[in-house]
Write a protein that binds this ligand. Structure first.
Ligand code: 3EB
Length: 346
């Protein structure tokens, strides 16, 4: 039986409308993230929202993704984390300034130190409050492809993240959380996360080597994320698909070809959806019923990506388009998606 209300609902709204959400409507908001360039001064701290410096296609207003929960909620803070929780769900976010985090830590770069500290704080919080399942991490920080301290910043991030997983006795392969990691236009290291008192299953993509098994040519530590997370909340199967790129096996395909990279991303998402449906046959996830977030490296490619997506997916879809650097210099586009929850208006 399908419940009358999904426990979780994702709504995309212009930032100007978020500030006007009040009272009862805001009570049901878990939190979210707003994207604009430059990042707006944060005018909302409860519920917890990230303010990420990330350009939109020209002319578009600042946009927010807003997670609503259909259960009573209360807000809190622990260390650097702002969060809002119900009996089942928790959304949290943390913004750490590398320049502060990185004071005199020897060989470890400021980004690695900040990432390690942020993830340890998150795991402390989830352990304290008893949320077993992490449905999704979103990671944003500037200059993701720049090299410093003799190593690319994305790789510094991967070391800090994996160290925090290990420090908390968490597995760094197999059943790990879904995630994305994108280069913002500036500002702090921002991490948002959605967790639940539930069981989440990590889904892998048969077309790709699992990221946690990437060979060392991509950095001294493999990235700690699964291709997707599958969870049942309130009787509904939900799927959180990680950032997905033009990678087959462990290699980037279609250098410099935005059309082919977009199609390869979508083939990968289709393969992940098929794998999720194999593990949860009743779910029947469909490409044209997912909510998408699309990160494009070069603004001039936005229209091409939009067109390829419409052609591949067909039907009406919810999609947010952003300009961001992707975590390998040769990747031009990355697409994430989720489904099974309600899609707004919530
Ligand atoms: C990839 O498949 C592309 O480090 O958390 C996608 C999703 C990517 C998540 C992460 C990185 C991450 O390797 C990059």
């Amino acid at each position: 039986m399908t419940p009358a209300h999904a426990m979780l609902c994702l709504e995309i709204v212009p930032a100007s409308r978020l500030s006007r959400l009040a009272g009862e409507k805001m009570d049901a908001v878990l939190g979210g993230a707003c994207f604009s360039h430059p990042a707006r001064a944060r005018d909302i701290s409860d519920p917890p929202f990230l303010a990420v410096d990330m350009p939109l296609p020209s002319g578009e207003e600042a946009v927010c993704e807003v997670w609503h929960a259909h259960e009573p909620l209360q807000s809190g803070r622990q260390g650097p984390i702002r969060y809002r929780q119900g009996d089942t769900l928790l959304f949290g976010c943390v913004s750490l300034d590398e320049t502060v985090a990185g004071v005199s830590h020897g060989a470890r770069s400021p980004l690695q130190v900040a990432t390690d500290a942020a993830y340890r704080s998150i795991f402390d919080l989830l352990d304290t409050l008893g949320y077993d399942a992490i449905l999704r991490f979103w990671n944003y920080f500037p200059e993701i492809n720049r090299e410093s301290h003799d190593i690319e910043r994305y790789r510094q991030f991967n070391i800090g993240r994996q160290d925090a997983f290990l420090a908390h006795g968490r597995s760094v392969a197999g059943n790990v959380p879904a995630a994305c990691a994108l280069g913002s236009a500036g500002g702090a290291l921002h991490i948002a996360f959605l967790a639940a008192r539930a069981n989440v299953i990590g889904i892998e993509n048969p077309r790709q080597v699992s990221a946690y098994d990437y060979p060392s040519q991509y950095g001294p530590r493999s990235p700690t994320f699964a291709r997707a997370g599958l969870v049942n909340l309130g009787g509904r199967d939900m799927l959180f698909i990680s950032g997905t790129a033009s990678i087959v096996g462990h290699q980037t395909l279609h250098h410099g070809d935005i059309v082919a990279q977009t199609r390869e991303c979508l083939q990968n998402i289709a393969a992940i959806v098929a794998e999720a449906n194999r593990q949860a046959p009743a779910a029947n996830f469909r490409l044209d019923e997912l909510a998408y977030k699309v990160y494009v490296r070069q603004p001039d490619d936005l229209d091409t990506v939009r067109r390829e997506m419409a052609q591949f997916i067909g039907g009406p879809t919810s999609a947010v388009f952003l300009q961001a650097d992707v975590c390998r210099a040769d990747l031009l586009v990355e697409i994430e998606a989720s489904g099974g929850h309600a899609i707004g208006p919530c």
